[in-house]
Design a binder for this molecule. Structure first.
Ligand SMILES: Nc1ncnc2c1ncn2[C@@H]1O[C@H](COP(=O)(O)OP(=O)(O)O)[C@@H](O)[C@H]1O
Ligand SMILES: [Mg+2]
Length: 312
């Protein structure tokens, strides 16, 4: 059963230069208790997709389409209705622990406050629960950590505090935006383990936004690959990450260090003034004239949905 169903989502920035289509006709489903990864190069629209779900975008943005969550279309809810969903039903684990934590409030207290707001707990109960969460997240000497300010903690610990805050409302869906970006291998492994633990213990679904395909392989049941604002391939993680159908996904895998570090020639297109045909056309080794002109729908191909006229 789908927890979240995104249909035809299009998110446009009305900038001075013109209309920037950061998300273009996106369809995506996340089933109850499942993890879906969104991968793709920087600037392809991954974060905008995550923020579109919780409507956390600036005022110069218009969003169209449908985002169904438990029988409600999030795009038609009032600000008040949406506020009830943020944090308690759908939570965002933001990218940067350093800038997302409040620097002048003790980290433990930030978790306690989350519990008081989202679960209406009394201060003493919330404090006990916050300490329990620190224990579950394997923070050494939780009573001591509770009293520390963000600057007294390592990056990995701050990431865990943020994760704890993001689940204080017991969300059914956690959106994690690049939770491992900029971390060394040890911290990366810790964060992956932490996310595994969170979804296992809470039964929450996960939308994992990442450019790290190894992290996606570890955590996700399904993968959606984005290119220039579109989902160009989606399917079971194992299939997409080992035998992809789309030429862009194949190129992305070949550019990994383990796979020969062979970059895709050219660069991603501008999201301004987009063309009707395949966005990957100029860089694709298998391109045909039809790819440039015709709109390319997502079609079922060998167990994946693929936006390519000549896949397989
Ligand atoms: N505040 C903004 N103003 C104008 N355009 C933006 C803004 N934020 C993002 N964009 C556009 O949306 C595209 C996708 O951005 P983003 O979702 O952050 O990419 P990423 O896949 O790296 O997370 C960018 O390439 C940019 O063109
Ligand atoms: Mg991003």
């Amino acid at each position: 059963m789908s927890l979240l169903s995104i249909r035809n989502l299009t998110t446009v920035f009305h900038a001075k230069e013109g209309e920037i289509r950061a998300c273009n006709n996106i369809d995506l489903d996340i089933a109850v208790g499942k993890s879906v990864g969104i991968i793709g190069e920087t600037g392809c629209g991954k974060s905008v997709l995550g923020m579109s779900i919780l409507r956390l975008l600036p005022r110069n943005v218009t969003t169209s389409g449908e985002i169904w969550y438990k029988n409600q279309n999030l795009l038609t809810l009032t600000a008040n209705q949406l506020e009830k969903i943020r944090g308690t039903e759908i939570a965002l684990l933001p990218q940067s622990p350093s800038t997302s934590l409040n620097p002048v409030i003790k980290t433990g207290l930030q978790i306690t406050e989350g519990l008081q707001i989202h679960r209406k707990m009394k201060p003493s109960t919330a404090r006990r629960q916050a300490l329990e969460m620190l224990r579950i997240l394997h923070l050494p000497v939780p009573e001591k950590k509770y009293q520390e300010y963000p600057h007294q903690m390592s990056g990995g610990m701050k990431q865990r505090i943020l994760a704890a805050i993001s689940i204080t409302g017991q969300p059914s869906l956690l959106i994690a935006d690049e939770p491992t970006k900029g971390l060394d291998a040890v911290l990366r492994a810790q964060v992956v383990e932490l996310l595994q633990q969170l979804i296992r213990e809470t039964g929450a679904s996960l939308l994992l936004i990442t450019h790290d395909l190894k992290v996606a392989a570890r955590l996700c049941d399904e993968i959606g690959v984005m290119y220039a604002g579109e989902v160009i391939e989606r399917g079971p993680a194992q299939k997409v990450l080992t035998e992809p159908e789309h030429h862009y996904t194949k190129g992305l895998l070949a550019s990994l260090p383990d796979m020969g570090l062979c970059p895709i020639p050219g660069s991603s297109p501008s999201l301004l003034n987009q063309t009707t045909g395949c966005k990957f056309y100029p860089r694709c080794s298998a391109r045909q004239e039809a790819c440039r002109i015709n709109p390319v729908p997502l079609q079922m191909c060998n167990g994946c949905y693929v936006r390519c006229l000549y896949s397989a």
